[in-house]
Design a protein around this ligand. Structure first.
Ligand code: HEC
Length: 129
């Protein structure tokens, strides 16, 4: 019985480590702070709220100001990292991000990176719901 259990464990380990479906990464190298950032559900949720409360107020679909509609899949991972490392958008330069702390900006980057274009993975539990 015990051997059978060990065999099951080994089989599961083999299956888990050879599973070809790559789950989305849960970490990201942040150029600005030169740190490796690990995401959790809680920090990604925080990033989502920062996005809604600080970016979507301008970048919503059909706004009358002519500001581009932006959502997580507007850019691929590299693209989002560049937005935050270089802070090139007009709004980053004119103070529209001004109320955010560096940690909030990094969390926002984590959230957008995690859910960027071409990253949806149906086998990753953090991608559903
Ligand atoms: C006060 C309004 C305002 C807020 C708030 C704002 N933006 Fe912008 N953003 C603009 C305007 C205006 C532009 C330049 C016109 C455009 O590209 O839509 C711009 C441009 C951008 C671009 C470049 C678009 C492109 O072509 O790739 C990105 C990326 C961006 N914003 C991201 C953000 C993020 C992330 C936040 C939240 C931290 C944010 N913006 C908050 C007004 C805003």
């Amino acid at each position: 019985m015990k051997n059978y259990f060990l065999l099951l464990c080994a089989a599961f380990f083999l299956f888990a480590s050879s599973n070809p479906a790559q789950s989305s990464p849960i970490k990201r190298y942040d150029k600005t702070t030169k740190t490796c950032r690990i995401f959790t559900h809680a920090t990604l949720w925080a990033g989502y709220k920062i996005f809604v409360n600080n970016c979507k107020i301008c970048h919503y679909r059909g706004n009358k100001q002519g500001v581009k509609f932006i959502y997580t899949e507007s850019k691929v991972r590299k693209g989002w990292n560049r937005v935050f490392a270089e802070r090139y958008p007009v709004c980053a330069k004119n103070g529209s991000w001004g109320s955010l702390t560096e940690e909030q900006i990094a969390r926002l980057n984590d959230y957008l990176y995690k859910n960027a274009a071409d990253t949806y993975d149906p086998y990753d539990a953090t991608d559903c719901g």
